[in-house]
Structures are given as C-alpha cells and as structure tokens.
Ligand binder design. Sequence first.
Ligand code: FES
Length: 87
Amino acid sequence: AFEVKIASSGQLVRVAPQQTVVQALAEAGLQVLTSCEQGVCGTCITRVLEGECDHRDMYFTDEEKARHDQFTPCCSRARSPVLVLDL
Ligand code: FES
C-alpha cells in the first residue's frame, strides 16, 4: 500500500493493494474523470508534484514517464511511499 496526498487540502488517502488510485480517491470523496480505466485514453491524467510513479499505462512515452510529473491514476501506482497529487 501507499498513500496519495492531495496538495490543495493536505489530505492523505491510503491506496490498498487491491484498489486503484481512482477508487481510493473516490472513497475519500474526490472524483477523477475516467474513461478506459486501462491506461490507454489519458482521460484521468493527474499532475504529480512529488514522489515516484509506478507507471502502468500505455499512454505516456518512456521519456514522459521518467519525469514523474504526471500519471494515470486509473491504473498506475506509486513506487515511493507517498505521491503528492495536484488536486
Ligand atoms: Fe483512460 Fe486512465 S481512464 S488512461
């Protein structure tokens, strides 16, 4: 498990292993628009301010993934204990 931090409120949301970031955010009352939920369409793209992403999408290029400044929360996860999201 890891946590995502909502930059605007400071709220920490725990993401359980069997849960996506989008699902964890929804439980915390934060809606992220999704469409494919498989890392293909880019609808859910969210800016990442801090932390290291575990990219599992097919949308970004390797170069974009290496920047760790945006990710697809419908399927991607975190490699660091916390990801700070620009939400
Ligand atoms: Fe399509 Fe996340 S909803 S990439």
